[in-house]
Design a protein around this ligand. Sequence first.
Ligand SMILES: *Cc1c(COP(=O)(O)O)cnc(C)c1O
Length: 420
Amino acid sequence: MDPFCYKDGRLFAESVPLSTIAESVGTPCYVYSRAMIEQQWRAFDNAFAGRDHMVCYAVKANSNLGILNVLARLGSGFDIVSVGELERVLRAGGDPAKVVFSGVGKADAELRRALQVGIHCFNVESEAELLRLNALAGEARRHARVALRVNPDVDANTHPYIATGLRRNKFGVPIDTAAALYAHAKTLPHLEMSGVACHIGSQLLELDPFVDALKRVVALVENLRHQGQRLQHIDLGGGLGIRYRDEQPPSPQDLVRALIEHVDKVPGCRDMRIMIEPGRALVGEAGVLLTRVLYLKHGQERNFAIVDAAINDLLRPALYDAWHEIVPVTPHGKHETRVYDVVGPVCESADFLGRERKLALTAGELLAVRSAGAYGSAMSSRYNTRALPPEVIVDKDRIHIVRRRETIDEMLETESVLPD
Ligand SMILES: *Cc1c(COP(=O)(O)O)cnc(C)c1O
């Protein structure tokens, strides 16, 4: 299902023309399809069939309260990486008992708050964190449920900035030292060692790295079982890729089936709960960034389409050299097709949304930057004192503004000049 389709020469989000949204909310602006987010979440959830499992949406992919609310209503769990994300989940109606907390650098205040609200599990990434969590749990008179995040040393075949499962990455504990850490953790009175977690990277387009990581994780679980330590769950993290251009990622069903098949090969693992933490795959293709062409600049060497969205709205092209499809909202064919660099107004040469795109453009027209639902608005900033982009969720023929455009006063609210 693609919720962004042309009807009568106009690009729609579900049953709403994108031009209507641009008129009411202005540009730049993110637009998401509720139906597609729900479809993707259910694809993961249904693939587990009757098996004990938990789908925890990785909040960092898109942390808008409206998106979290859509997922909370489905009964989703959440994977968070900060106390700010925890508060978002709570405000969006998420269940703290379905929250897992990942991240290499959890501060005391973050651990305390998570203990207080009773999250499902802490995915601990170092021995030092294990000791700290034990101490804080003792102070709070709570038990912390823990999974060690192991680093399986698997090459995810993805962009180096989003590969996390190699020995050289900062994430997790090396898998060959994990058994010793579990033995140590068993002696810590305020921790309950409940699972093992890993996350090897993002935008993975093959199943093999997932399966390789899982095999190593399952071997660890077996090893621990022989030493008398039984774990309840395996958390395989997120990472499933999406289509930006012509990629053909495995489907959620393919991924889940492959995971189940390999877990079930090991008798001691068959009754374990399987958890996954998809982010990009739930929201990425469900969102577009709407932008308007401000100026066309036709030069001898290059043609530029200068649009009102910029690097501060969508960082991915600059940060990862990511390719996003850019399409006209109302194709008109009035002007000749030329090759354009589609760039924003920000004072950086890295400020581009797409390079060398064949487009027939007129100043003032609308463009949609596709597959922008994940790591788009979530990575936006106010660089150049530009407002954060508004966000809209389309639900069939209705639109919900889930983040309105901020005013200049709001942007400057927390700052001050020096006293006299
Ligand atoms: C980022 C992250 C995810 C989500 O990754 P996607 O590629 O967006 O699915 C899941 N788990 C952890 C620990 C992460 O850091």
